[in-house]
Design a protein around this ligand. Structure first.
Ligand code: R2B
Ligand code: URA
Length: 309
């Protein structure tokens, strides 16, 4: 391959020694014509589930395809790119839609490979948006929470990485300009939003203070006291990828937003017992929020994102 771009070498000079960089989990590599395939990408929209990310790209096409000048020839369907064992990746014009699986380790693999992919492709002025689900704190289910800081389960705006057996700590702020842009698009369409901190956990049950997992050695009062403290500290929702993602994006210089719809108010309970129809409506609202933002940014001609430290 030709020499990797300076943006990549600044982070990892070792990449210059690779003849071909195999992006193993995506089933793509740097010998392919990545500039032709991905050079025009402006949005990488990520969500946990492959089915939802397929629905999302279909919804972009259905709802805004005409306005964005994007179409798929009659009789053809959007097909995933690369291999689909771990992640599913779709592209429609400037939009990549990709599943990241559950939890920070899975998110980590995707972020390393998708970021190298876009750098090899020479894409510029792109943003990453996690479009997910979460448990809310003191919010009506169905609210789209836009993350200010991602916080650890100790409530700190820091992600801890273990490298060579040692801990490293990285800040976890989301990009304010990107968040404000999504908020404005939501406000213009009456989509219910809240801004707050998002707690990223390494599990769904004990790590999120649930009392309905296989184990629970704390009381309902302990759980409420913990969740109440988080709420007092500005946490508005809980999920499983935010601290890794925000820390990675700050290091990589990629603007990041985390927009997660709440499925349950954790101050009231643990179980997610909404109907299938209600859950689908919640997921639709976070998809609508991101689609609205894509439309507004395209209409504005993709103004340059300000670098935020
Ligand atoms: C939100 O939903 C998933 C768990 O149900 C997880 O990926 C997350 O962050
Ligand atoms: N995803 C989570 O991680 N937690 C919830 O409560 C709901 C969705």
């Amino acid at each position: 391959m030709s020499a990797p771009p300076a943006t990549l070498l600044a982070h990892n000079p070792n990449l210059s020694r690779l003849e071909t960089d195999h992006l193993y989990h995506l089933g793509l590599d740097s010998s392919m014509d990545l500039p032709a395939m991905f050079g025009d990408v402006k949005f990488v929209v990520m969500g946990g589930s492959a089915v939802r990310m397929h629905d999302f790209i279909e919804n972009v096409l259905r709802k805004e395809g005409e306005a964005l000048g994007l179409s798929v020839p009659v009789g053809q369907r959007l097909a995933p790119i690369g291999k689909t064992e771990r992640f599913e990746l779709y592209k429609l014009g400037p939009v990549l839609s990709v599943s990241h699986g559950m939890g920070m380790p899975s998110m980590s693999v995707l972020l390393h490979e998708i970021t190298k992919l876009l750098r090899y492709a020479g894409a510029s002025n792109f943003a990453y948006i996690r479009m997910g689900t979460s448990g809310g704190l003191g919010l009506e289910p169905g609210t789209v929470v836009l993350c200010r800081d991602a916080v650890s389960s100790a409530g700190k705006p820091v992600h801890t990485l273990r490298v060579l057996g040692e801990e490293r700590h990285y800040p976890t702020r989301c990009h304010a300009g990107l968040r404000e842009g999504i908020l404005a698009s939501c406000a213009a369409r009456g989509i219910a939003t809240a801004v707050g901190n998002t707690m990223g956990c390494d599990g769904f049950y004990e790590e999120q203070a649930r009392t309905d997992g296989c184990f629970c050695d704390y009381s309902v009062d302990d759980r409420l006291a913990y969740l109440g403290r988080l709420h007092d500290d500005g946490v508005r929702n809980i999920e499983m990828e935010s601290t890794y993602m925000s820390a990675f994006c700050l290091r990589a210089g990629v603007p990041a937003a985390i927009a997660c719809v709440t499925l349950v108010d954790r101050l009231r309970g643990d179980q997610i017992d909404s109907t299938k129809e209600q859950l689908a409506a919640y997921v639709d609202s976070v998809q609508d929020a991101v689609i609205a933002f894509i439309r507004d940014r395209a209409d504005a001609g993709y103004p340059e994102f300000k670098r935020e430290e």
